[in-house]
Design a protein around this ligand. Structure first.
Ligand code: BV8
Length: 225
């Protein structure tokens, strides 16, 4: 059984109509990263950050998985493969396409977190600064998202699975954000084969055994089938 670890980024959801970060119409164009994707930005203006994530939660709910998400779910269902999807994305399109073995290393739009008691629950449609934690009752709620300078989720498990894989595939990411951008080096150092499928060349293309450019909805089904 071939063990495949797949890293996905915003590019795999682009053809589902979800905006990426660094394209010309990207999310970061309208917002300074430091204002909406850092704990300091949230402390400074929680209403602005909630508006940013409420809008993205609504956009993710309205989106549909595309052929790239579906192809990865088919690969996971194939008895000849053991597949782990490690996504930087906070939408739920992998799960809605049928993937079950998914790690959201940067959190999820559909999770809420209490930064006072660490309780987690399903996020409402729209979160507000005055919301209270259902567990401790304090006004200390935030989206369950990993911001810059916060530790991504399940890093130990990700590195363990990555180093034991037969193949590491990176799909739809610009390779700008660490530690995800470093996974290709971790894999290569352990003799894992590496493949990149991305619309454009990324910051890490040179480090992959094979790097193919094109839309995920075309390249991923081609690769899977
Ligand atoms: C941490 C929140 C430590 C969720 C995000 C080492 C070197 C340098 C810097 C660092 C380093 N280590 C740590 C850092 C700091 C920092 C970092 O990497 N900074 C960068 C900017 C230099 N990293 C961190 O802070 C991380 N934390 O390291 O903690 C620590 C240790 C101990 C204790 C505590 C802490 C945390 C990083 C997570 C930050 N959160 N977002 C959200 O709002 O969504 S990052 C954000 O960028 C998103 O998560 C997003 O997923 C991620 C990466 O972006 P991409 O997914 O790649 O999207 P992008 O638009 O950039 O690219 C899209 C790609 O798709 C393009 O290449 C495009 O060509 C392609 N594409 C487009 N259309 C298609 C397509 N491909 C195929 N088909 C298409 N149709």
């Amino acid at each position: 059984m071939a063990k495949v670890v797949i890293l996905t980024g915003a590019g795999i959801s682009a053809e589902s109509g979800i905006r990426t970060f660094r394209a010309s119409d990207g999310l970061w164009e309208e917002h300074r990263i430091m204002d909406v994707a850092t704990p300091e930005g949230f402390a400074r203006d929680p209403a602005l950050v909630h508006r940013f994530y409420n809008a993205r939660r609504a956009a993710a709910r309205a989106a549909q998985p595309n052929p790239a998400h579906v192809a990865l779910a088919e690969l996971e269902a194939d008895p000849g493969h053991e597949v782990l999807v490690v996504t930087q994305n906070v939408d739920d399109l992998h799960e809605r396409a049928g993937s079950q073995n998914v790690i959201h290393m940067h959190g999820s739009l559909f999770g809420a977190l209490c930064h006072a008691c660490d309780h987690r629950w399903s996020a409402p449609e729209a979160m507000q600064p005055q919301d209270t934690c259902p567990e401790c009752g304090r006004k200390a709620t935030r989206p369950d998202i990993v911001w810059f300078n916060e530790m991504p989720y399940q890093m130990d498990r990700i590195i363990r699975e990555l180093e034991a894989a037969d193949l590491f595939v990176s799909i739809g990411t610009s390779g700008n954000v660490y530690p995800a951008a470093g996974f290709v080096q971790d894999a290569a150092m352990c003799g894992v084969k590496t493949l990149e499928l991305n619309l454009d060349r990324s910051a890490g293309s040179e480090m992959f055994d094979i790097s193919r450019q094109g839309p995920a909805s075309v390249l991923v089904p081609q690769w899977v089938r």
